[in-house]
Design a binder for this molecule. Structure first.
Ligand SMILES: Nc1ncnc2c1ncn2[C@@H]1O[C@H](COP(=O)(O)OP(=O)(O)OP(=O)(O)O)[C@@H](O)[C@H]1O
Ligand SMILES: [Mg+2]
Length: 143
C-alpha cells in the first residue's frame, strides 16, 4: 500500500475511513501518498433552454460544494500532520473514483460502507457497491 485514494463525502463512515488512513500513515514504515476525492453529481442539463453560462454556473456551484466537503477532510489530515492532495470532481462518484485511481496511479481505495444516504437498512451504500465493481485495485471498506 503506497498511494491511497480516500473517497470522502463528509459522512461519519467516511470520517472513520479517513481516521483509518491517518492511523495507517502513523504506523507505516513506508511513506504513503494520500489523495482525497469528493465528486458531485449534478443534474443533466441539455437542450435549448440552457445556455453554456448556466451550465458553467451549476458546475461551479457543485465544485464549491465538493471543495467545502474536502476542506473538512483537509483540516482533519493537516491536524494529524498528514500530507495529502484533495481532488474535486464532477460526475458519477464511482466513475470518478475509478478515473482518479487510474490517473493518479493509486493502489488502494479507502471508503465508508455507508455515506450520507438516509436509508438505514442498507449494509452497503450504492457508491461503495459500485466502486467495488468498478475499480481494479483493493478497496478497504470502513464501517
Ligand atoms: N460524493 C461522494 N464523493 C466521494 N466519496 C463518496 C461520495 N459519496 C459516497 N462516497 C464514499 O462512499 C462511501 C459509501 O457511501 P454510499 O453513498 O455508498 O452510502 P449511502 O450514502 O449510505 O447510500 P446511498 O448513497 O446509496 O443512498 C462513503 O462513506 C464515502 O467514502
Ligand atoms: Mg451516498
Amino acid at each position: 500500500m503506497h498511494k491511497i485514494l480516500v473517497a470522502f463525502d463528509g459522512s461519519e463512515p467516511s470520517k472513520r475511513a479517513l481516521q483509518y488512513v491517518i492511523d495507517l500513515f502513523r504506523d507505516s514504515a513506508r511513506p504513503l501518498e494520500i489523495h482525497v476525492l469528493n465528486a458531485q453529481y449534478g443534474p443533466v442539463i441539455y437542450g435549448d433552454y440552457f445556455t453554456s453560462r448556466m451550465v458553467e454556473d451549476v458546475n461551479e456551484g457543485l465544485l464549491t460544494q465538493a471543495n467545502s466537503v474536502l476542506d473538512e477532510a483537509a483540516i482533519l489530515l493537516s491536524a494529524a500532520g498528514v500530507a495529502h492532495e484533495t481532488h474535486a470532481a464532477l460526475g458519477n462518484v464511482a466513475e470518478q473514483v475509478n478515473e482518479a485511481v487510474k490517473q493518479l496511479g493509486c493502489d488502494t481505495v479507502v471508503m465508508g460502507t455507508r455515506g450520507l444516504g438516509s436509508f438505514g437498512g442498507l449494509l452497503l451504500g450504492s457508491v461503495a457497491n459500485r466502486v467495488i465493481h468498478e475499480v481494479s485495485v483493493p478497496v478497504v471498506l470502513v464501517k
